[in-house]
Ligand binder design. Structure first.
Ligand code: GLA
Length: 724
């Protein structure tokens, strides 16, 4: 049994961790422990000292050592004596804001709970267990059902909250967090992932300060600027040792991660939907589901934490035919042509690519409507026959004859003002009456909270997908959302538009993936602006960044790797000088960097010289050989490219018989010692063969291996090692 209820205690156990909750003598739910597995009830750690000056619930009378403001809470509501950041905040019909949640009931259920309308971890084998704890505010009738799940072999705990209005009056949810984690003891640092368009998920680690620190997005997407994932770690935590806790939100809209260090040096983490763009009216009888949060704890450093997230996202979030199967090596014409192409020029790119071993041709933006620049055409999902004179069928059948599959780019959630769709349905775009809408990339956003919009998009996309032999869609979303308003919602419900948008998006993706299960969808949002576990439920890979510069990519992919598996990362080789940075890197360095993902090319292979063409053919062959190891192997960060002079990472097969080290040395130094790198995750008792030389596993881990002497900057590294 992974979950046990014993008297007033709840025990959740994963392979290596334990989570404990207790109902205290006032029926308040206290968080007791999240950490190493233990048989001990950890409630002896609760510190009941004199807190007479702190908020105390009425029924605790004069008990000076009891305060909800100082004791660790499992799901604290605001306005009731706990002055720290809250998980739930409600405005009642009379305008008051307090909520006093007390324990009502609990049960353990077989299987993993699901969340209606929202992506969530699933368990195909049916061995998961769910704990439900019901709490209730007597005065208002607001009920909160906390759901937790444990999945065998996964060192994670999933959580969400279901909020019901069992009262007789409407209430407004102002904050509905997915998770609260109180850590009463210890000093902690936080790692979060900030960035911008073309430089996503830069890992930043800082000591926590007293007060509140936030990483969040109010952009309607999880965003380039912050990621809905966070790590708290002890100051001495490294890749391979030390304590850390990670949390990721399975959500693609605006989010909020708040961490507070309180007056008593206690740490509280709260994660959930962005409160700036959220206010949800809960009428009597209505229910609200928060998105799911995934929690994991490691006492073996950041590497083990990442492995836990890679495992759960790869196996229990990603779905469909492509979840485990190999993904095609693709070529995408975006950086080769931008909007300037026709059937012939695309065919020429595809033809050369097919000769060199590429398996899928992807036609990017510009094939539809009047789309000759980014100022027009979005929404008109019918083929532009001035560019593709024989339509989609004409181009597709020619590509198919080359032995390649065919894919297309779409940006379904958007509309250009210069489009037939906008001229016909101006009210479908998100706009506030009497205000000019904010444009971004010259475009507006369709109101995905409307059923008629989602139905229209389902039909329009289905028509395109059924009109030709299409195997892949790049599902793009190229702007942040603002001017939240929906013509379909009453004024009291306008605060729901942002979350309803995400629900509409998920509904559309669910319908498309069910209707076209054989089509691979790659997510995208100006590159990696919506790289989150929510999108990965529908698309097993996401274009990681519009920045294809190999040097920058090592940093972007390093940050991405803390939570997301390599199989989720879309990564391509492009031309030099690179279009985003002007940097020149060797084609081999671009290739090994792009191989840490679903590999492809983003250039016209006719434009490179014969030596490079030869290199491309060889890269594709190597990638096909390594693909299983790269996708299913265990991934190790061997360096920190923000600090070291090299970026190196390693894949180890499950049986530890095969090892691949990839990366690059950034700057070359004359007359310098070669760098030595210690491998990880090997079988210490095995012998390994690298280029005909035999090494012991322990030697490779303890002593390491000397890297080649670089001859030039951004020097590529590839070491392939097999059990002897
Ligand atoms: C976004 C994507 C790019 C490309 C363009 C097309 O920026 O991230 O890869 O598809 O849109 O407009």
């Amino acid at each position: 049994m992974a979950i046990r209820i014993n008297d007033n205690n709840f025990y959740l156990e994963t392979e290596n961790t334990a989570y404990q909750i207790q109902v205290d003598r006032y029926d308040v739910l206290q968080h007791i422990w999240y950490g190493e597995k233990t048989n001990q009830n950890m409630d002896y750690l609760l510190d009941y000292h004199d807190t007479g000056f702190s908020g105390c619930i009425y029924d605790a009378g004069n008990e000076r050592s009891y305060s909800v403001d100082t004791l660790p809470q499992e799901y604290p509501a605001s306005g009731n004596g706990d002055f720290r950041i809250g998980a739930l905040s409600v405005r009642h019909a009379d305008g008051s804001r307090a909520l006093d949640l007390r324990y009502k009931s609990s049960r353990v259920l077989e299987g993993k709970y699901a969340i209606p309308g929202l992506p969530a971890v699933y368990d195909e084998n049916g061995n998961a267990e769910t704990l439900e704890i019901v709490m209730c505010d007597k005065v208002s009738g607001i009920e909160v059902v906390l759901q937790y799940a444990v999945i065998p072999d996964c060192d994670v705990i999933t959580r969400c909250a279901v909020i019901k209005n069992n009262g007789t009056k409407p209430a407004e949810l102002l904050n509905a967090g997915s998770l609260c984690l109180d850590i009463p003891n210890g000093e902690w640092e936080w790692i979060h992932f900030h960035g911008r368009h073309t430089l996503e998920r830069c890992a930043e680690r800082k000591p926590l300060l007293h007060g509140i620190q936030t990483s969040s997005s109010s952009r309607g997407t999880s965003s380039h600027q912050q990621n809905p994932s966070v790590i708290l770690c002890s100051p001495e935590c490294t890749e391979t040792s030390g304590k850390c806790v990670g949390a990721a939100l399975v959500y693609s809209g605006g989010f909020e991660t708040n961490i507070e260090v309180d007056q008593l040096n206690q740490t509280r983490l709260i994660m959930g939907i962005d409160t700036n763009t959220f206010c949800w009216r809960l009428a009597p009888g209505e229910v609200f589901y928060t998105p799911e949060a995934i929690l994991s704890y490691s006492s073996g450093g950041l590497e083990k934490l990442s492995h836990n997230f890679h495992h759960i996202i790869r196996n229990n979030i990603c779905r469909g035919k492509f979840k485990a199967s190999k993904r095609p090596v693709l070529i995408n014409n975006w950086e080769a042509t931008y909007f300037d192409f026709d059937e012939n020029s695309l065919f020429n790119i595809a033809e050369k690519a097919a000769q060199l071993g590429v398996e899928l041709f992807v036609m990017d933006d510009g094939w539809f409507g009047n789309r000759n620049s980014d100022c027009s055409g979005l929404g008109d999902w019918s083929v532009n026959t001035e560019k593709l004179k024989n339509g989609l069928v004409g181009l597709t059948s020619k590509i198919k004859q080359l032995g390649m599959d065919f894919g297309i780019w779409m940006e379904p959630e958007m509309v250009s003002e210069d489009s037939n769709l906008y001229r016909t349905h101006p009210d479908w775009a998100i706009k506030i009456p009497n205000r000019d809408p904010i444009r971004s990339r010259y475009q507006l956003v369709l109101d995905m909270s409307r059923k008629d919009v989602v139905d229209y998009l389902f039909d329009a996309i289905s028509k395109i997908l059924s009109s030709a032999d299409i195997s892949y869609i790049k599902w793009d979303m190229n702007r942040s959302i603002t001017n939240w308003y929906s013509a379909e919602l009453s004024h009291e419900r306008q605060g729901e538009a942002a979350h309803r948008y995400v629900l509409g998006l998920y509904d559309l993706l669910e319908r498309i993936t069910s209707a076209f299960p054989d089509i691979l969808i790659e997510g995208c949002s100006g590159g990696g602006g919506r790289f989150d576990a929510g999108m990965l439920y529908y698309c097993p890979q996401i274009w990681c960044s519009d920045n294809t510069d190999a040097y920058d990519r090592t940093k972007i992919q390093y940050g991405t790797s803390f939570f997301y598996p390599v199989s989720a990362v879309g990564s391509h080789v492009s031309v030099v000088p690179n279009h985003q940075t002007g940097r020149i890197t060797p084609i081999e360095s671009r290739a090994v960097t792009a191989m840490a993902g679903s590999f492809g090319y983003e250039l016209d292979l006719n434009q490179i010289d014969d030596k490079e063409k030869h290199a491309v053919r060889n890269q594709i062959e190597r990638y096909k050989q390594y693909q299983k190891l790269i996708y299913n192997g265990t991934y190790y960060r061997l360096s920190n490219p923000f600090e070291d002079n090299y970026a190196l990472w390693e894949f180890v097969s499950e049986d530890k018989s095969e090892v691949l080290v990839h990366g690059m040395i950034f700057r070359t130094d004359s007359n310098a010692n070669r760098s030595c790198i210690q491998l990880r995750g090997l079988d210490r008792n095995k012998y390994y063969n690298m280029d005909g030389k035999i090494y012991g596993g322990a030697a490779l881990e303890d002593g390491g291996i000397l890297l080649p002497q670089p001859a030039g900057d951004y020097y590529p590294i590839e070491l392939y090692i097999r059990e002897n």
